[in-house]
Design a protein around this ligand. Structure first.
Ligand SMILES: [Zn+2]
Length: 330
């Protein structure tokens, strides 16, 4: 976090005398007065006369803070020093601050780089890696990493865009969703070797074409990093997403395919809408469906160079709730 700000919860604000508050914010009343006279607009209500508000508190705002301004920093204060109208403070002496910093409570605070901040703010927040555990069929307790659905992402699978239409009642898509974030006893048990399910299963007719749907905040095209056996016959694509102020690589596993797209080979790039493969039941006899699994590649892992047998390795990729990366319906 590059921004430095003083945050006083508004619930506390109401119960603090204005002078105490100003001290908390590092602003002396005299400085505030001079700022108020320099800056137009409702900076501070006259003491005791704010209609409908507590004494000294401007309606709708924290005391002494102009709307839209950072607490304790008057609008119009130039980087490198307080405005010429500011009077001497009772607090610590204002240090002689280098360029691109400003004095704040005796310290020099670095001005946020707005350009860098704007770039950092693009993309999705970063999904958190959470450790989880379950009993394997052998009885061994296994601890694994997983990235559960972020709180800002809708729980309803139908809020998302899937590469193939849904055939369930109401056009719904998902018969079995991500459950690796649930307590072990609530995870799916089936004929699989492992318990739990780190993907979405989408039933469809055999042979239904599956186009590449760019993930949320995807940068560029997808790259095919595997065509062949993995979860039945599978295609694995690598996607670069802007997330948490930087880019991260994810892989999507399209499992149980009938076939890959004609001529599709490792190393190919896929643009939006280009065909990945066709729905089938390889490795899941009688259950024709698409197993769509998202995994985040760990730091420093180059998906382009991964051996197929390593894609699912815990030191290579972390299984992730697909709702973190699937695009939302518009
Ligand atoms: Zn599945």
């Amino acid at each position: 976090m590059r921004h430095r700000s003083v945050v006083v919860p508004s619930s506390r604000v109401r119960w603090l005398a204005p002078a105490v508050l100003l001290a908390l914010l590092g602003v002396s009343p005299r400085v505030l007065e001079s700022r108020a006279s320099a800056a137009p607009g409702p900076v501070a209500a006259p003491p005791g006369v704010a209609p409908g508000g507590a004494p000294g508190i401007a309606p709708g705002g924290a005391p002494g803070i102009a709307p839209g301004g950072a607490p304790g920093i008057a609008p119009g204060v130039a980087p490198g020093g307080p405005s010429s109208g500011a009077q001497k403070d009772d607090g610590p002496p204002a240090p002689d601050c280098p360029p691109a910093t400003f004095p704040d409570d005796g310290a020099c605070v670095v001005m946020p780089d707005e350009q860098a901040w704007a770039e950092e703010s693009e993309g999705a927040p970063e999904g958190e890696v959470i450790a989880q555990g379950h009993f394997e069929k052998s009885g061994r307790w296994l601890v694994y990493d997983q990235i559960p659905r972020r709180p800002d992402r809708p729980a309803d699978y139908e809020a998302y865009v899937f590469p193939i239409p849904g055939v369930l009642p109401g056009g719904k898509h998902v018969v079995s969703g991500y459950d690796l974030d649930l307590p072990d006893h609530q995870q799916r048990r089936g004929r699989m070797r492992a318990v739990g399910h780190g993907a979405v299963d989408i039933p469809q007719k055999r042979g239904t074409p599956i186009p590449m749907v760019p993930l949320e905040h995807q940068v560029g095209d997808a790259e095919v990093i595997h065509v062949g056996k993995l979860m039945g016959f599978s295609v694995v694509t690598r996607h670069t997403l802007r997330e948490g102020g930087r880019t991260r690589d994810y892989v999507l596993i399209y499992g149980h395919l009938d076939a890959a797209a004609e001529g599709l080979l490792r190393g190919a790039t896929l643009r939006a809408g280009e065909i990945v493969g066709y729905v089938g039941d390889t490795g899941s006899p009688q259950l024709v469906h698409l197993h769509l699994e998202a995994r985040r590649l760990r730091e420093g892992i180059d998906g382009s160079k991964l051996a197929p047998g390593r894609i699912l390795a815990p030191d290579v990729s972390i299984v992730c709730d697909p709702r973190n990366v699937l695009p939302l319906k518009k």
